[in-house]
Design a protein around this ligand. Structure first.
Ligand code: PGA
Length: 258
C-alpha cells in the first residue's frame, strides 16, 4: 500500500489560487511515487482543478468535501453525487468534524452519504474522531468504534476497497488545536483497525487509515512508521505547495529510518 498524503482545503482558495496550487503540487508530486496524493478543494474549483490535474498528468486524486445522499431533489444549496460524478472526481470526504459540529452532520447522515458515494463509484473518505470531553472521560475508543460502525452500516465487502478512514481528533484540528502525541494516535488507529476487522474480518486490514489534526513540519515524522497509520490528512501545513513539499521530504526520511 502506498502511503497517502492528502489535504482538505476547507473554505479556502479562489479558482485562480486553486489552479496555481495544483500546478505547484503537480511539479513536486511526480518526484514522490511512494505517495498517493489527494486534494479536496471547494466545490467552485473542482471542475477546473480536475481538468488541470488531467492536463498535467499529475498523480493526484481530486475529491469533494461533502455530498448529499440523494441523486437529485428539492435540497437548496446541496450538491448530489450525480453532479459530482460529472466532474470525474476520485473521492468524496464525508463527516469532517466541522460538518458534524456546524452543519448537524450525524453518524446517520454520514452513513447515507457513504453509501451514496460508494454507489456512484467514488472512494469514500470517512472522517471520525472524539472531542476533548469524550477523551477526558475515557470514551475515545468507544465513540470512534460507534462512528465507524454506523458509517459503514450496509457497506458491502465488495465496496470496502473504496473506503478510507481519517482519524481526526476534534481537539487537535485547526488553529486552536492541540497536536496529538504519536503513541495516542497509534493506540486509536489500532482500535479502528480492530473495529474494521470485527466488521469485515481480514479484509478490514486493507482499509487505509489516515491521521489528521494539526499535522505540521515538527510532528509529521512522529506519526509515521506504524502499520495502522497509512497516511496523513493535512490542513494548514499543506495549503502551500512549498510546505507540503517539506512534508513529503520529512515523511520520506521518517520511513527510511523505520
Ligand atoms: P489542520 O486541519 O491540519 O489545519 O489542523 C486538519 C483537518 O481539519 O483535516
Amino acid at each position: 500500500m502506498k502511503f497517502y498524503l492528502g489535504t482538505n482545503w476547507k473554505m479556502h482558495k479562489t479558482v485562480a489560487e486553486a489552479l496555481a496550487y495544483t500546478e505547484g503540487l503537480a511539479h513536486y508530486a511526480k518526484d514522490y511515487p511512494q505517495f498517493q496524493f489527494f486534494i479536496i478543494p471547494s466545490y467552485t474549483a473542482l471542475w477546473q482543478v480536475r481538468q488541470k490535474v488531467d492536463a498535467l498528468g499529475a498523480p493526484i486524486w481530486v475529491g469533494a468535501q461533502n455530498t448529499h445522499w440523494e441523486d437529485q431533489g428539492a435540497f437548496t444549496g446541496e450538491i448530489s453525487p450525480v453532479q459530482l460524478k460529472e466532474i470525474g472526481l476520485d473521492l468524496v470526504e464525508i463527516g469532517h468534524s466541522e460538518r458534524r459540529q456546524y452543519y448537524n452532520e450525524t453518524d446517520f447522515t454520514v452513513n447515507l452519504k457513504t453509501l451514496a458515494a460508494l454507489k456512484h463509484g467514488f472512494k469514500a473518505l470517512v472522517c471520525v474522531g472524539e472531542n476533548m470531553d469524550e477523551k477526558e472521560h475515557g470514551a475515545s475508543k468507544s465513540k470512534i468504534a460507534t462512528q465507524v460502525q454506523i458509517a459503514l452500516n450496509g457497506v458491502k465487502a465488495e465496496d470496502l476497497p473504496r473506503v478510507m478512514i481519517a482519524y481526526e481528533p476534534v481537539w487537535a484540528i485547526g488553529e486552536k488545536g492541540i497536536p496529538a502525541e504519536a503513541p495516542y494516535v497509534f493506540e486509536i488507529h489500532e482500535s479502528i483497525r480492530k473495529t474494521l476487522c470485527e466488521l469485515y474480518g481480514e479484509q478490514g486490514r486493507e482499509v487505509p487509515i489516515f491521521f489528521g489534526g494539526s499535522v505540521n513540519l515538527q510532528n509529521c515524522q512522529s506519526y509515521c512508521g506504524h502499520p495502522d497509520v497509512n497516511g496523513l490528512f493535512i490542513g494548514r501545513t499543506a495549503w502551500q505547495p512549498d510546505s507540503f513539499h517539506q512534508v513529503m521530504d520529512l515523511v520520506t526520511d521518517a520511513w527510511k529510518n523505520k
